[in-house]
Design a protein around this ligand. Structure first.
Ligand code: BTN
Length: 249
């Protein structure tokens, strides 16, 4: 029997909500929603980005979804693997249409030097393992003008000059994420990590970064087991948590 994570019956559609992540977190509390539940809205009025950022998405133009996972098989120390699953799923989906897709650590999706998708993952834990993961994805599809001060936004339509049917794209995107999720669940984490490394933005190239000590030139060489960024600079290896280092050029 073919295994499935996503089924049409588990898609919760809302014309307008403040944030699909907020809605998914509420669903978990109120209904104990199943793994594979997807919350989708056409009009997200208060989309949340990383930290205190907001997420711009013009009504009816893009995919703004939150996926509920229950990765109870995963120790909390390996939670970055969920990030890899989601970002590689989005990467695989986009690669069918455009070249130059990359994952900017930890989980921004870029085409060239522009951001096409953002991911916001919120976990809950149970003892030493993950209990739920709400995986929010904002993927710019048909929006062609961006009005917020988001740095370098771009959409699939901007890249290909075509318009897309959001329902069909949702099915394709979920297929890509599902296959990465089973890769993780089945223990093929080496492949997942290898693919993540190969798709990393600026990997193995010298670029300019900034940390608490200032601006420096360095080379991203990979990530640690915990998902921290490894950068070679001045003959040493530096390890960064999220927000401890910025990409300058
Ligand atoms: C980022 O790059 O800062 C993360 C952006 C995440 C946006 C998505 S849109 C769907 C889901 N619901 C939210 O409120 N945020 C995420």
């Amino acid at each position: 029997m073919q295994r499935k994570l996503f089924t049409p019956q588990l898609i919760v559609r809302k014309n307008e909500i403040n944030s699909t992540n907020n809605f998914a977190l509420e669903l978990i509390k109120s209904e104990n929603s199943a793994a594979g539940t997807v919350v989708l809205t056409l009009n997200q009025t208060k989309g949340r980005g990383q930290q205190t950022n907001s997420w711009e998405s013009e009504s009816g133009k893009n995919l703004t979804i939150s996926i509920i996972l229950r990765p109870e098989f995963l120790p909390i120390t390996q939670q970055f693997q969920i990030s890899m699953v989601i970002s590689l799923g989005v990467y695989d989906y986009l690669r069918q249409y455009v070249n130059g897709v990359a994952i900017k650590w930890p989980n921004d999706i870029y085409v060239g030097d522009k951001k096409i998708a953002g991911i916001l993952i919120e976990h809950s834990i149970m003892g030493s393992v993950l209990s739920t993961s709400v995986c929010g994805i904002g993927l710019n599809i048909n929006q062609t003008k961006f009005i917020s001060n988001a740095p370098n936004p771009i959409s699939l339509s901007n890249c290909t000059r075509k318009a897309y049917d959001l329902e069909k794209e949702l099915v394709k995107l979920l297929e890509c994420i599902e296959s990465r999720y089973f890769q993780l669940k089945d223990g093929f984490t080496d492949q997942l990590e290898k693919d993540y490394l190969n798709t990393m933005y600026q990997v193995n190239e010298v670029h300019t970064y900034q940390d608490e000590n200032g601006i420096f030139k360095g080379k991203i060489v990979g990530i640690t087991e915990l998902g921290q960024l490894r950068v070679e600079a001045d003959g040493e290896e530096r390890i960064y948590n999220f927000k401890e280092v910025s990409f300058i050029e």
